[in-house]
Design a protein around this ligand. Structure first.
Ligand code: MG
Ligand code: MG
Length: 306
Protein backbone atom coordinates (compact mmCIF):
# COMPACT_ATOMS: atom_id res chain seq x y z
CA UNK A 1 0.00 0.00 0.00
CA UNK A 2 1.27 3.45 -0.84
CA UNK A 3 1.85 5.46 2.25
CA UNK A 4 1.21 9.18 2.42
CA UNK A 5 2.13 12.20 4.44
CA UNK A 6 -1.12 13.01 6.24
CA UNK A 7 -1.32 16.63 7.36
CA UNK A 8 -3.84 17.27 10.12
CA UNK A 9 -5.20 20.80 10.23
CA UNK A 10 -7.59 21.66 13.05
CA UNK A 11 -10.36 23.98 11.88
CA UNK A 12 -12.51 24.78 14.94
CA UNK A 13 -15.01 26.74 12.87
CA UNK A 14 -18.22 27.25 14.84
CA UNK A 15 -19.78 30.25 13.08
CA UNK A 16 -21.57 28.48 10.23
CA UNK A 17 -24.73 27.99 12.27
CA UNK A 18 -26.15 29.05 15.62
CA UNK A 19 -25.82 25.90 17.73
CA UNK A 20 -22.28 25.89 19.10
CA UNK A 21 -19.94 23.01 19.92
CA UNK A 22 -18.17 22.15 16.67
CA UNK A 23 -15.14 24.08 17.91
CA UNK A 24 -14.39 21.04 20.08
CA UNK A 25 -14.27 18.78 17.03
CA UNK A 26 -10.53 18.83 16.25
CA UNK A 27 -9.58 17.76 19.75
CA UNK A 28 -12.27 15.08 19.78
CA UNK A 29 -10.69 13.51 16.67
CA UNK A 30 -7.27 13.62 18.31
CA UNK A 31 -8.70 12.12 21.51
CA UNK A 32 -10.42 9.37 19.49
CA UNK A 33 -6.99 8.29 18.21
CA UNK A 34 -6.81 9.64 14.67
CA UNK A 35 -3.03 10.01 14.68
CA UNK A 36 -2.40 6.44 15.86
CA UNK A 37 -4.99 5.05 13.43
CA UNK A 38 -3.17 6.64 10.49
CA UNK A 39 0.30 5.77 11.75
CA UNK A 40 -0.75 2.13 12.23
CA UNK A 41 -1.44 2.07 8.49
CA UNK A 42 2.12 3.13 7.80
CA UNK A 43 1.40 6.76 6.99
CA UNK A 44 3.43 9.62 8.38
CA UNK A 45 1.31 12.14 10.26
CA UNK A 46 2.09 15.80 10.70
CA UNK A 47 -0.30 17.65 13.02
CA UNK A 48 -0.19 21.36 12.23
CA UNK A 49 -2.40 22.19 15.22
CA UNK A 50 -5.51 24.33 15.15
CA UNK A 51 -5.91 27.31 12.84
CA UNK A 52 -7.41 30.65 13.79
CA UNK A 53 -9.43 32.92 11.53
CA UNK A 54 -7.78 35.99 10.06
CA UNK A 55 -8.41 39.15 12.12
CA UNK A 56 -11.95 40.44 11.67
CA UNK A 57 -14.48 42.83 13.13
CA UNK A 58 -18.00 41.59 13.42
CA UNK A 59 -20.76 44.04 12.56
CA UNK A 60 -24.18 42.49 12.87
CA UNK A 61 -26.08 41.52 9.73
CA UNK A 62 -29.86 41.55 9.31
CA UNK A 63 -30.03 37.95 8.08
CA UNK A 64 -26.67 36.19 7.88
CA UNK A 65 -25.14 34.65 10.98
CA UNK A 66 -21.50 35.74 11.55
CA UNK A 67 -20.56 36.63 7.95
CA UNK A 68 -17.37 38.52 8.92
CA UNK A 69 -16.04 35.63 10.98
CA UNK A 70 -16.90 33.17 8.21
CA UNK A 71 -15.06 35.31 5.66
CA UNK A 72 -12.05 35.48 7.99
CA UNK A 73 -12.04 31.68 8.33
CA UNK A 74 -12.46 31.26 4.59
CA UNK A 75 -9.33 33.32 3.96
CA UNK A 76 -7.28 31.47 6.57
CA UNK A 77 -8.40 28.02 5.46
CA UNK A 78 -7.92 28.66 1.74
CA UNK A 79 -4.34 29.71 2.48
CA UNK A 80 -3.73 26.71 4.73
CA UNK A 81 -5.17 24.27 2.19
CA UNK A 82 -3.17 25.66 -0.71
CA UNK A 83 -0.02 25.60 1.45
CA UNK A 84 -0.52 22.03 2.67
CA UNK A 85 -1.47 20.29 -0.57
CA UNK A 86 2.03 20.31 -2.09
CA UNK A 87 3.31 18.57 1.09
CA UNK A 88 0.84 15.69 1.35
CA UNK A 89 -2.79 14.84 2.02
CA UNK A 90 -4.44 17.45 4.22
CA UNK A 91 -7.20 16.27 6.55
CA UNK A 92 -9.22 19.18 7.92
CA UNK A 93 -10.62 18.48 11.36
CA UNK A 94 -13.82 20.51 11.71
CA UNK A 95 -15.48 22.52 12.70
CA UNK A 96 -18.78 23.02 10.93
CA UNK A 97 -19.28 22.82 7.18
CA UNK A 98 -18.59 26.54 6.70
CA UNK A 99 -14.92 25.51 6.81
CA UNK A 100 -15.30 24.03 3.32
CA UNK A 101 -15.77 27.47 1.79
CA UNK A 102 -12.05 27.82 2.50
CA UNK A 103 -10.72 24.30 2.07
CA UNK A 104 -12.32 23.79 -1.34
CA UNK A 105 -11.26 27.27 -2.48
CA UNK A 106 -7.68 26.43 -1.45
CA UNK A 107 -7.82 23.06 -3.20
CA UNK A 108 -9.08 24.84 -6.32
CA UNK A 109 -6.07 27.19 -6.21
CA UNK A 110 -3.68 24.29 -5.84
CA UNK A 111 -5.32 22.30 -8.64
CA UNK A 112 -5.15 25.31 -10.95
CA UNK A 113 -1.44 25.73 -10.16
CA UNK A 114 -0.89 22.03 -10.84
CA UNK A 115 -2.77 22.22 -14.14
CA UNK A 116 -5.23 19.54 -13.06
CA UNK A 117 -9.01 19.68 -12.68
CA UNK A 118 -10.47 19.48 -9.18
CA UNK A 119 -13.43 17.26 -8.37
CA UNK A 120 -15.44 17.43 -5.15
CA UNK A 121 -17.31 14.58 -3.46
CA UNK A 122 -19.87 15.87 -0.95
CA UNK A 123 -21.10 13.21 1.50
CA UNK A 124 -24.00 14.92 3.23
CA UNK A 125 -27.73 14.78 3.96
CA UNK A 126 -27.87 18.35 2.64
CA UNK A 127 -26.77 19.89 -0.62
CA UNK A 128 -25.18 23.02 0.95
CA UNK A 129 -25.86 24.83 -2.33
CA UNK A 130 -27.43 27.98 -0.86
CA UNK A 131 -26.23 31.51 -1.45
CA UNK A 132 -26.29 34.33 1.14
CA UNK A 133 -29.42 35.53 -0.69
CA UNK A 134 -31.28 32.22 -0.91
CA UNK A 135 -30.72 30.98 2.65
CA UNK A 136 -33.65 31.46 5.00
CA UNK A 137 -31.74 30.43 8.11
CA UNK A 138 -28.77 32.73 7.44
CA UNK A 139 -26.48 29.83 8.37
CA UNK A 140 -23.46 29.89 6.08
CA UNK A 141 -22.61 26.21 6.62
CA UNK A 142 -25.34 25.66 4.03
CA UNK A 143 -23.49 27.59 1.31
CA UNK A 144 -20.04 26.12 0.47
CA UNK A 145 -21.08 24.34 -2.75
CA UNK A 146 -22.91 27.48 -3.86
CA UNK A 147 -19.75 29.51 -3.23
CA UNK A 148 -17.19 27.33 -4.98
CA UNK A 149 -19.42 26.76 -8.02
CA UNK A 150 -19.62 30.51 -8.50
CA UNK A 151 -23.18 31.32 -7.45
CA UNK A 152 -23.72 35.07 -6.82
CA UNK A 153 -24.13 36.95 -3.56
CA UNK A 154 -20.89 36.16 -1.71
CA UNK A 155 -19.87 39.80 -1.23
CA UNK A 156 -16.75 40.21 0.87
CA UNK A 157 -15.61 36.60 0.44
CA UNK A 158 -12.39 35.86 -1.44
CA UNK A 159 -13.23 36.03 -5.13
CA UNK A 160 -13.53 32.63 -6.85
CA UNK A 161 -11.49 33.15 -10.03
CA UNK A 162 -12.47 30.00 -11.89
CA UNK A 163 -15.65 28.47 -10.55
CA UNK A 164 -15.75 24.72 -9.98
CA UNK A 165 -17.63 23.19 -12.95
CA UNK A 166 -20.92 21.57 -11.92
CA UNK A 167 -20.02 18.30 -13.61
CA UNK A 168 -17.01 18.00 -11.28
CA UNK A 169 -19.26 17.74 -8.20
CA UNK A 170 -21.13 14.75 -6.77
CA UNK A 171 -23.36 14.90 -3.70
CA UNK A 172 -24.17 11.55 -2.13
CA UNK A 173 -26.55 10.90 0.77
CA UNK A 174 -29.14 13.59 0.07
CA UNK A 175 -32.37 13.56 2.03
CA UNK A 176 -32.94 17.18 3.10
CA UNK A 177 -32.91 19.78 0.34
CA UNK A 178 -34.68 23.14 0.58
CA UNK A 179 -37.03 24.01 -2.31
CA UNK A 180 -34.83 26.92 -3.50
CA UNK A 181 -31.79 24.65 -3.51
CA UNK A 182 -33.65 21.90 -5.34
CA UNK A 183 -34.75 24.27 -8.10
CA UNK A 184 -31.22 25.64 -8.47
CA UNK A 185 -29.62 22.18 -8.39
CA UNK A 186 -31.96 20.84 -11.04
CA UNK A 187 -30.57 23.37 -13.47
CA UNK A 188 -27.02 22.05 -12.96
CA UNK A 189 -25.09 18.98 -13.99
CA UNK A 190 -24.08 18.25 -10.39
CA UNK A 191 -24.39 14.49 -9.80
CA UNK A 192 -27.04 14.13 -7.10
CA UNK A 193 -27.50 10.83 -5.32
CA UNK A 194 -30.32 10.73 -2.79
CA UNK A 195 -31.11 7.95 -0.32
CA UNK A 196 -33.77 6.53 -2.62
CA UNK A 197 -31.19 5.95 -5.33
CA UNK A 198 -28.88 4.36 -2.76
CA UNK A 199 -31.71 2.09 -1.60
CA UNK A 200 -32.58 1.11 -5.16
CA UNK A 201 -29.12 0.70 -6.67
CA UNK A 202 -26.64 0.62 -3.81
CA UNK A 203 -24.03 3.24 -3.07
CA UNK A 204 -21.15 1.67 -5.01
CA UNK A 205 -22.53 2.21 -8.50
CA UNK A 206 -23.11 5.98 -8.41
CA UNK A 207 -19.82 6.50 -6.57
CA UNK A 208 -17.99 4.30 -9.06
CA UNK A 209 -19.40 6.33 -11.94
CA UNK A 210 -18.09 9.53 -10.38
CA UNK A 211 -14.66 8.09 -9.57
CA UNK A 212 -14.37 6.84 -13.16
CA UNK A 213 -14.87 10.40 -14.35
CA UNK A 214 -12.28 11.76 -11.90
CA UNK A 215 -9.75 9.16 -13.04
CA UNK A 216 -10.44 9.73 -16.74
CA UNK A 217 -9.83 13.47 -16.29
CA UNK A 218 -6.63 12.99 -14.28
CA UNK A 219 -8.35 14.98 -11.56
CA UNK A 220 -7.61 15.77 -7.95
CA UNK A 221 -10.38 14.85 -5.53
CA UNK A 222 -11.47 16.76 -2.46
CA UNK A 223 -13.81 14.76 -0.20
CA UNK A 224 -16.05 16.51 2.31
CA UNK A 225 -17.61 14.18 4.88
CA UNK A 226 -20.45 15.67 6.93
CA UNK A 227 -21.36 13.69 10.06
CA UNK A 228 -25.01 13.86 9.00
CA UNK A 229 -24.24 11.73 5.93
CA UNK A 230 -24.54 8.93 8.48
CA UNK A 231 -27.75 7.85 10.12
CA UNK A 232 -28.18 9.63 13.48
CA UNK A 233 -28.58 6.26 15.21
CA UNK A 234 -24.86 5.60 14.62
CA UNK A 235 -23.63 9.21 14.56
CA UNK A 236 -25.70 11.31 16.96
CA UNK A 237 -23.17 14.12 17.52
CA UNK A 238 -24.44 16.59 14.95
CA UNK A 239 -26.78 19.55 15.16
CA UNK A 240 -28.62 18.75 11.94
CA UNK A 241 -29.73 15.14 12.34
CA UNK A 242 -31.90 13.81 9.52
CA UNK A 243 -33.26 10.25 9.88
CA UNK A 244 -32.67 7.70 7.15
CA UNK A 245 -28.96 8.25 6.55
CA UNK A 246 -26.13 6.03 5.39
CA UNK A 247 -25.32 2.96 7.43
CA UNK A 248 -21.87 2.37 8.87
CA UNK A 249 -21.39 -0.33 6.21
CA UNK A 250 -22.32 1.99 3.34
CA UNK A 251 -20.01 4.68 4.68
CA UNK A 252 -17.08 2.25 5.03
CA UNK A 253 -17.68 1.00 1.50
CA UNK A 254 -17.45 4.57 0.22
CA UNK A 255 -14.21 5.10 2.11
CA UNK A 256 -12.67 1.81 0.94
CA UNK A 257 -13.58 2.60 -2.65
CA UNK A 258 -11.95 6.01 -2.26
CA UNK A 259 -8.81 4.33 -1.05
CA UNK A 260 -8.85 1.74 -3.84
CA UNK A 261 -9.19 4.53 -6.40
CA UNK A 262 -6.08 6.31 -5.15
CA UNK A 263 -7.75 9.57 -6.18
CA UNK A 264 -8.43 11.43 -2.93
CA UNK A 265 -6.10 14.38 -2.44
CA UNK A 266 -7.74 16.16 0.51
CA UNK A 267 -10.42 15.43 3.11
CA UNK A 268 -12.75 17.42 5.38
CA UNK A 269 -14.30 15.87 8.48
CA UNK A 270 -17.10 18.27 9.39
CA UNK A 271 -20.03 19.03 11.69
CA UNK A 272 -18.95 16.83 14.60
CA UNK A 273 -20.37 18.46 17.73
CA UNK A 274 -18.77 16.62 20.67
CA UNK A 275 -21.17 18.36 23.06
CA UNK A 276 -23.95 16.22 21.53
CA UNK A 277 -21.98 12.97 21.44
CA UNK A 278 -22.50 9.83 23.50
CA UNK A 279 -19.23 8.77 25.10
CA UNK A 280 -17.29 9.72 21.98
CA UNK A 281 -18.95 7.21 19.69
CA UNK A 282 -19.49 9.61 16.77
CA UNK A 283 -15.88 10.84 16.93
CA UNK A 284 -14.80 7.19 16.90
CA UNK A 285 -16.94 6.35 13.85
CA UNK A 286 -15.48 9.32 11.98
CA UNK A 287 -11.92 8.28 12.87
CA UNK A 288 -12.66 4.74 11.69
CA UNK A 289 -14.03 6.10 8.42
CA UNK A 290 -10.94 8.25 7.90
CA UNK A 291 -8.80 5.16 8.51
CA UNK A 292 -10.79 3.24 5.89
CA UNK A 293 -10.24 6.06 3.40
CA UNK A 294 -6.52 5.75 4.09
CA UNK A 295 -6.35 1.99 3.62
CA UNK A 296 -7.63 0.14 6.67
CA UNK A 297 -9.56 -3.02 5.77
CA UNK A 298 -10.41 -6.40 7.16
CA UNK A 299 -8.80 -8.43 4.37
CA UNK A 300 -6.72 -7.46 1.39
CA UNK A 301 -8.49 -7.77 -1.91
CA UNK A 302 -6.95 -7.95 -5.33
CA UNK A 303 -7.15 -4.54 -6.96
CA UNK A 304 -10.09 -4.24 -9.30
CA UNK A 305 -12.21 -1.57 -10.88
CA UNK A 306 -14.80 -0.34 -8.41
MG1 MG B 1 -23.06 19.93 5.25
MG1 MG C 1 -25.46 18.26 6.41
Amino acid sequence: MTTQNCILIGAPVDCGKRRTGCLMGPDAYRTAGLVAALEDLGHSVEDRGNLSPNPFTAPSHPKLHAPAETIAWTEALAEAAAAALPDGLPIFLGGDHALSLGTVAGAMQHAATSGRPLFVLWLDAHSDFHTPDSTDSGNLHGTPLGYVTGRPGFEGFPVIENALPHENVAIIGLRSVDPQERDALQETRIQRVDMREIDENGIARPLGRFLDRVAAAGGMLHVSLDVDFLDPSVAPAVGTTVPGGATVREAHLVMEMLHDSGLMTSLDLVELNPFLDERGRTAQVMVDLAASALGRRVFDRPTRAY
